[in-house]
Design a protein around this ligand. Structure first.
Ligand code: ATP
Length: 283
């Protein structure tokens, strides 16, 4: 089956920041969590995928189509949720429905209003008068009401309370029951990714540090508690990040890079992110 998303050698230079040779692949039928610290380059990458910003180099293939040459056709097949929202603040939900009906051949009004009802959204209010969470819900409802095969979402669960977040994750789960569907979502809420992500891609200072199936990552890496001498004896390539304290060291290590009789504790996505972005070896 084709890949839902293939990014190869993406570069974008801003003053003081650059995306550097960003490459990763989201296989069709999978959910990828795209994570990294504030300012790591997640939104910039998503905007480049959507051709909302000019890239300096690289290529991006969405659902087997080029993101620029086939932009119009491929955008029909993608549901988008952006951090700042996709609609004018002065619009209300009914106007969003009209706009989306004009933009998408497969727009399903009824489905959109069903989602809004489920989310408890007052459809007469203007977007600017919604809370942050409500605005996000309108965007998610819109992204999921035109038969998209791929959802590209920038922090879709931020600003949602835990109950609604769970409800939204259930929607994503339902969406993924079709094996041709895929999701790329950026998030700081790593517990959400623990629930739904098949793949994790870490970006740090504009570079991809890791992009692998979540299970492989969690099996491959672990946290080692040891002395400075033990840490120094390891092959540096086995150590992806470390914290050295007065009473010992903690390191994110490849399990196959440490002696078999040393204890390596399981790691979760949040701990990995901290080691990869803040640890002394973060690279
Ligand atoms: P966050 O988690 O805070 O949303 P992010 O990973 O999405 O962060 P980006 O929004 O991609 O990060 O920003 C990456 C860097 O690019 C930041 O340093 C930001 O200031 C810079 N940047 C983004 N857009 C522009 C722009 N139009 N002009 C100049 N710099 C920009």
């Amino acid at each position: 089956m084709e890949n839902a998303l293939e990014i190869t050698g993406l570069c974008k230079q801003y003053k003081g920041f650059a995306l550097k040779d960003v490459s990763f692949t989201l296989p069709s039928g999978c959910v990828m969590g795209f994570i990294g610290e504030n300012g790591a380059g997640k939104t910039t990458t998503i905007k480049a995928i959507l051709n909302l910003i000019h890239r300096d180099a690289g290529s991006i293939c969405l659902l087997g189509q080029d993101n620029i040459a086939d932009e119009r056709a491929v955008k029909e097949r993608i549901g988008v949720v952006l951090e700042d929202g996709c609609f004018l603040n002065t619009m209300n939900a009914r106007q969003v429905d009209v706009l989306m009906g004009k933009a998408y051949r497969n727009w399903h009004s009824e489905q959109f209003f069903d989602f809004l009802k489920r989310f408890g959204i007052d459809t007469g209010k203007k977007i600017k008068d919604y809370s942050k969470g409500m605005r996000m819900k309108v965007n998610i409802a819109a992204a999921m009401s035109h038969d998209a095969e791929l959802l590209l979402m920038d922090e879709p669960t931020s600003g949602l309370d835990p109950v609604v977040r769970d409800e939204v994750l259930d929607l994503f789960y339902d969406f993924m029951q079709d094996e041709g569907h895929s999701i790329l979502l950026s998030s700081h809420i790593t517990s959400d990714l623990d629930k739904i992500a098949d793949y994790i891609t870490f970006i740090h200072q504009g570079r991809i540090v890791l992009s692998e199936p979540r299970d492989v990552l969690l099996d491959t890496y672990g946290v080692l508690h040891c002395t400075a001498e033990q840490l120094a004896a390891l092959d540096p390539s086995a150590v992806r990040g470390k914290r050295v304290g007065a009473f010992g060291c903690e390191a994110l290590v490849r399990r196959d890079g440490v002696p078999a009789n040393w204890t390596v504790d399981p790691v979760n996505i949040e701990q990995m992110m901290l080691f990869l972005t803040r640890g002394e070896n973060a690279k």
